[in-house]
Design a protein around this ligand. Structure first.
Ligand code: NAG
Length: 144
């Protein structure tokens, strides 16, 4: 009887320890069972003096409007959901004229392997940087 209850309390203690380790990890900035995704957006639409305005949203968050000077960058991060359906879409505008361009800046299926996704925003569309300097390579997509 006494051994049963001490076994039981052992299970409870171990359970509580595991749970608190879980929460500590989440508190340190990790995601539950998924790795965090970081998105970097770089203004490469023109020349010095041409600002890039953009606004990114997902189903349940709105990152607000931002303006980037030439070659400046903006970063944000989030935890992709367990279903693999996380989607962030952005509108981009530059150089006056009021024309907006759209792109899905994070699409879980396409981007699940890029922990750090760096997007060069060019006039013809966003380019995903796939390797860094000196052999800088990028994969360019058209606007939506
Ligand atoms: C670009 O942004 C900077 C800083 O926000 C601002 O001072 C400047 O007037 C902007 N340039 C244009 C062409 O809108």
């Amino acid at each position: 009887m006494t051994t049963m209850s001490s076994k039981k309390s052992m299970f409870i203690v171990v359970g509580v320890l595991l749970l608190s380790m879980c929460f500590m990890e989440m508190g340190a900035g990790a995601c539950f069972l998924k790795s965090k995704a970081r998105i970097h957006i770089i203004n490469n639409v023109g020349r010095p003096g041409v600002n890039l305005s953009f606004r990114c949203k997902s189903k349940d968050s709105d990152l607000g409007s931002h303006v980037l000077g030439y070659r400046a960058s903006f970063s944000f991060h989030f935890c992709p959901n367990m279903l693999g359906t996380t989607l962030f879409f952005c509108s981009f505008a530059w150089g006056g004229g009021g024309q907006s361009h759209w792109f899905d800046i994070y699409e879980a299926k396409r981007d699940q392997n890029c922990g750090d996704c760096t997007w060069n925003i060019t006039p013809t569309g966003p380019c995903l940087v796939t390797s860094s300097a000196p052999l800088k390579r990028q994969l360019c997509y058209p606007w939506k």
